[in-house]
Design a protein around this ligand. Structure first.
Ligand code: ADP
Length: 597
């Protein structure tokens, strides 16, 4: 499938053509128009190993989009089968790619107040492309989607209820880039992305850091808008919001003036007069004090976020640098990493100097013996968009079928050593009753959970024994215990908190405390009938009662002998007022994680 990808900004249009076959996308052309001015703009095209550049008589985005078919035809590229668009802000609802029909465009239009600088140009490009290519499907891929897995403690600003009700929350951007480089890093390390804690450091004109915990975005440094976080080319990053009142009172500035200056006249530009890191580095080396301060501030802020995200994930396996600065500035990588030795991260001098990114390489630049891998790779947002467009279009439409909903109470899965410590050496559990998932059963025995705030007695034990002890509680239970349990898929226990278990023989302190992520067990036959794949994320409506609710972000887990059934916990069941024998229905396909999650 041949896919044309657009990334439209207010003063530039970047585009690429990709051939997608057997799950892989290959770029066949890369082009751009920029600096629209007085009836002309600059253009570049790279295809077949050749790079051309010049000026063209296109004064705006519309003229540039209309010129693309001519550029493609002149290089023998005909027959575009799909058009992908980068869309900056997808709000809370666009959890994955979306086909851009009129209704969807209207929904995106309503999000304009959240991204007044970016979304209008993106939407204009979609409307223009629909005129030029009326037949192929047009698909939007959103910068925010990847971060919709962020938990409420990350997305919530501590502000009045009415502000939050008006939509004030953290989103995060650069999602396509962070997702691509995390998967690229995992591939280079030879491990599934779902087994790694990765910190992705994207340093371009815009810049953000993202914590990717076991394949999912946990947090990124950008917030409601792409202004929060790192120092950027022209954006300030983190600033005390008290600055608004101060500047208004001291300098008489309006909200619009302050906002414009924070977005366009701050960052490297505000500190040095230049938004270009190459200039800033050259000036600093020549002794310019303002440039030296800018570099120190830039690196300090980035290092602080890396440390913070390592703490947020309870550790880090890999740090990856990307974006124009991350890819090309050995000294900035060095400045950010120096000082992180305390968490087991050490750079190798020569590897850091000699980074070669040809053919999408992802070299490792950590020193021998460094506990944390450090990688560099070129980001490939357009390639990632092409992949996601192809996946989106290839996905069969789901044929809905009712799915039984089972409510899991709090329970424990024990490993052999925990069983011996709690019940005595050689002890064997007694089967009380089989569960619906074949081979699983509830035991007669019970244990007590103890946290710093309280204890929960008579907690069920489920068999058979597992490799690691896992304790599944509800969010409410975690407050009763006084321990913050993360939402995790079963078995993903690295970095989970420690809890005390008490049995009749003894007690243990063990990690493995989680709130189980809701999921649907499914056998291959049902999955086929419903057009679903392993690792897919769906929305499920549980619609029978007066508290009818649609649960988003529900993971499909396909296993050979599974009894098809959705598992939720008691908090979720209470929220939806669910009773025995209820059923849910899949109402949305949200995203896709790697199989084997
Ligand atoms: P965008 O976010 O617009 O895609 P890029 O990812 O291309 O931007 O990053 C642009 C930034 O990368 C600029 O600040 C530029 O100075 C910086 N950069 C590019 N090459 C180098 C280099 N060799 N050394 C330092 N900075 C560089």
């Amino acid at each position: 499938m041949r896919i044309l990808v657009f990334n439209a900004g207010s003063s530039s249009l970047k585009y690429g053509v990709f051939d997608h076959a057997q799950g892989a996308a290959r770029q066949v052309l890369k082009g751009g128009f920029e600096r629209f001015r007085d009836g002309v703009c600059d253009w570049t095209v790279e295809a077949g190993g050749q790079r051309e550049a010049g000026q063209a008589p296109h004064a705006d985005l519309a003229a540039a989009v209309a010129a693309v078919p001519g550029v493609l035809a002149a290089r023998g590229i005909a027959g575009v089968e799909a058009v992908g668009h980068r869309i900056a802000h997808g709000g809370p609802d666009f959890t994955g790619p979306a086909t851009l029909d009129e209704a969807t465009l209207a929904r995106i239009e309503r999000l304009t107040p959240l991204a007044p600088l970016h979304n209008p140009a993106n939407l204009q490009a979609v409307r223009l492309a629909r005129q030029v290519w009326p037949d192929p499907p047009q698909v939007g891929v959103f910068d925010t989607s990847f971060h919709l897995t962020n938990p409420p403690r990350v997305t919530t600003y501590a502000v009045p209820e009415s502000w939050r009700a008006a939509g004030l929350r953290r989103y995060g951007f650069h999602g396509t880039s962070h997702k691509y480089v995390a998967e690229r890093a995992a591939e280079a390390l030879g491990q599934p992305v779902t087994a790694l804690r990765i910190i992705s450091v994207h340093l371009g004109n815009g810049a953000s850091v993202c914590a990717i915990n076991l394949g999912r975005s946990l947090e990124s440094s950008m917030g409601l808008t792409p202004l929060e976080g790192l120092v950027m080319g022209t954006r300030s990053g983190d600033v005390d919001p008290g600055a608004f009142g101060y500047l208004h009172r001291q300098l008489g500035l309006t909200i619009e003036e302050i906002e414009a200056a924070l977005n366009r006249d701050s960052g490297l530009k505000g500190l040095t007069g230049s938004s270009d890191m190459r200039d800033v580095e050259d000036r600093a080396a020549a002794g310019d004090g303002a440039a030296q301060l800018a570099i120190n501030l830039y690196a300090h802020r980035a290092r602080k976020y890396v440390g913070a995200y390592a703490a947020a994930m309870g550790g880090v396996d890999a740090v990856i640098f990307t974006g124009g600065i991350g890819e090309n500035s050995p000294s900035m990588r060095r400045r950010i990493c120096d000082g992180l030795e305390f968490m087991g991260l050490r750079l190798d001098f020569d590897r850091n100097q000699a980074v070669d990114l040809t053919d999408r390489a992802a070299p490792q630049i950590q020193a021998y013996g460094s506990r944390v891998a450090v990688l560099v790779t070129e980001t490939a947002e357009q390639l990632q968009i092409a992949r996601e467009v192809a996946q989106h279009l290839a996905r069969p439409a789901a044929a809905p079928k009712p799915i039984p909903v089972a409510v899991s109470g709090r329970h424990v899965h024990l490993a052999a050593d925990s069983l011996a410590a709690l019940f005595g050496p050689g002890y064997e559990l007694t089967v009380k009753k089989p569960l619906r998932q074949p081979g699983n059963w509830a035991a007669e025995e019970r244990v007590t959970l103890v946290g710093p705030k309280g204890r929960i007695e008579h907690v069920a034990i489920l068999g058979p024994l597992r490799k690691r002890t896992q304790i599944e509680v509800s969010r409410t239970d975690s407050f009763a215990l006084g321990i913050d349990a993360p939402v995790r898929d079963s078995g993903q226990l690295d970095g989970t908190p420690v809890i005390r278990l008490i049995g009749p023989y003894g007690q243990i302190d063990t990690d493995g405390l989680i709130v189980a992520a809701r999921h649907i067990h499914m056998n291959p036959a049902d999955a086929l009938a419903m057009g679903l794949e392993d690792g897919q994320i769906v929305g499920v409506n549980v619609g029978q009662g007066e508290r009818s609710l649609t649960f988003g972000r529900t993971l499909i887990r396909i296993q050979p002998n599974a009894f098809t059934e959705m598992h939720i916990d008691t908090d979720e069941a209470n929220a939806a007022g669910i009773g025995a024998g209820w059923e849910g229905e899949i109402v949305a396909l949200e995203a896709h994680l790697d199989p084997g999650v």
